[in-house]
Each structure stands twice: as structure tokens, then as C-alpha cells.
Design a binder for this molecule. Structure first.
Ligand code: ADP
Ligand code: MG
Length: 238
């Protein structure tokens, strides 16, 4: 696993500045939730961690290594998106093995790694099914399986549950949390849902308009919000 440091990171798209010097420290094995209203820059920050978006200025380190110029595939991270589109024409096994197939891993390594992830996620009986033969929760699990087989140092989640109905969302929240307790992989989880943040995070980072309003454990933010924005967002009276 690895720590993650985001140091004074700025991002501009052309003339538009969307991140204004963001600092976040994430400890090895920590589950950090980035929250904030739509458009505040959560996805942009996550995409920069993944290497899918370049950094205008500042630094991102994963473990001891500054990764600003490291391509996504060499960053030891795995990302689960909101639209976790599985390949419809591939079985669950092939969906999960896809990145290893690209890397030309031997068949027995693929079987071993997919088997391990399937066991963790309770997908063993579903490996030969196609995505259309799965429930929403099962598909979400396959998307996580694709991330797990890569043995990443860091998991990145971008609103992974926002397309699921309320009941399934509660269940998958618990499953992701349990997965983290089991694997202890450093996790950065983006949501705009404060309940998700409060229930899942070791540390919450509250963002607003491209900067960090406050970062701390859920109870600290709840008990001692730094300002009215945090108080309003976390839902406690100021
Ligand atoms: P969030 O995930 O918090 O909803 P985003 O990171 O997606 O916010 O977006 C932050 C801001 O950056 C928004 O104003 C958005 O319109 C803008 N933005 C995101 N991606 C691009 C892009 N590729 N080009 C221009 N503006 C972008
Ligand atoms: Mg977003």
C-alpha cells in the first residue's frame, strides 16, 4: 500500500482555473472521502491522481515517488468509475482478466488472480455469465473485481454507487467498506452524498469551488466544522 500526497495542486482548463492549490495528505491504508457539490473539482482531482489529466502546477506523490510525469499504467492505482461500463460481449471472467490480457499475462496467472478477486467479492459462481445476466449490484462487484485483480497500491472510486437504487447503495457501501477492512488498500472515494462520506470515511475532505474547506475525521467535522459551508454540508448546526 502507499500514502498519497497532494501538494498545492492547481488545475486550469484553458483560462478557467478549477483547482486553486489543493493540499491533501492520505496515510497508507486510509479511506479518504472527497465530498463537495457538483462542479467543485472532485473528479478532476481524482483523474489527476490516476494520471488521466495533467497537473497545471503542484505535485502528487504516491508513496515516495512524485508521479506528475508517470503514465497511468505505471502508477499502481486502479479506478472504479460511476459508469463502470463492462464489456457486454465478454464474460465476467474476461471482463476481470482484461487488463492482464492486455499485459499478456499467462493463462494460469489470470485464473489465479481472477479467482482470488472473485472469492473476495462472492463472484465465483458467476464467472461464465455475461453482464446482461447480472443484477446491478453484481455488475458493480465485477467492476470492483477488475480493480482488485490489478493489485493496486491505491483504489480510486468516482461516485461508484450513484447509478444504483437506494437499497443497493446502502448494501454496496457496506461491501466496499468491508473490502477495505480486509485489504487495507489506500482508497480515495469521491461522492456528493454526505451520508456516504460520514459512514465510510476515515477522513473526509470537504471541497468547494476548487479548494479544500476542511479535512478531518467525520466526527471532527461534525463537532467542529471550520465554517458555515462545512456545517451546512455535513448537516450539523453551526
Ligand atoms: P465534480 O466532479 O466535483 O462535479 P469536476 O471535477 O468534474 O467536478 O469539474 C470541475 C470543474 O471543471 C467544472 O466547472 C467543470 O465544468 C470543469 N471541467 C472539468 N473537466 C473539464 C474539461 N475537460 N474541460 C473544461 N472544463 C472542465
Ligand atoms: Mg464528478
Amino acid at each position: 500500500m502507499a500514502s498519497v500526497e497532494i501538494r498545492n495542486v492547481r488545475k486550469a482548463f484553458g483560462p478557467v482555473q478549477v483547482l486553486h492549490g489543493v493540499n491533501v495528505d492520505i496515510a497508507d491504508g486510509e479511506f479518504v472521502v472527497l465530498v463537495g457539490p457538483s462542479g467543485c473539482g472532485k473528479s478532476t482531482l481524482l483523474r489527476m491522481l490516476a494520471g488521466l489529466e495533467n497537473i497545471t502546477s503542484g505535485e502528487i506523490a504516491i508513496g515516495p515517488r512524485v508521479v506528475n510525469n508517470v503514465p497511468p499504467k505505471d502508477r499502481d492505482i486502479a479506478m472504479v468509475f460511476q459508469n463502470y461500463a463492462l464489456y457486454p460481449h465478454m464474460t465476467v471472467f474476461d471482463n476481470m482478466a482484461f487488463s492482464m490480457k492486455l499485459a499478456k499475462a499467462p493463462r494460469e496467472v489470470m485464473e489465479q488472480e481472477v479467482g482470488r478477486a472473485a472469492k473476495i467479492l462472492g463472484l465465483e459462481a458467476l464467472l461464465q455469465r455475461y453482464p446482461r445476466q447480472l443484477s446491478g449490484g453484481q455488475r458493480q462487484r465485477v467492476a470492483m473485481g477488475r480493480a482488485i485483480v490489478r493489485n493496486p497500491q491505491v483504489f480510486l472510486f468516482d461516485e461508484p454507487l450513484s447509478n444504483l437504487d437506494a437499497k443497493l447503495r446502502v448494501q454496496m457501501r457496506a461491501e466496499i467498506k468491508e473490502l477495505h477492512q480486509r485489504l487495507r488498500v489506500t482508497t480515495v472515494y469521491v461522492t456528493h452524498d454526505q451520508i456516504e462520506a460520514m459512514t465510510m470515511a476515515d477522513k473526509i475532505v470537504v471541497m468547494n469551488g476548487g479548494h479544500v474547506e476542511q479535512a478531518g475525521p467525520p466526527l471532527e467535522l461534525y463537532d467542529r466544522p471550520a465554517n458555515l459551508f462545512v456545517a451546512g454540508f455535513i448537516g450539523s448546526p453551526a
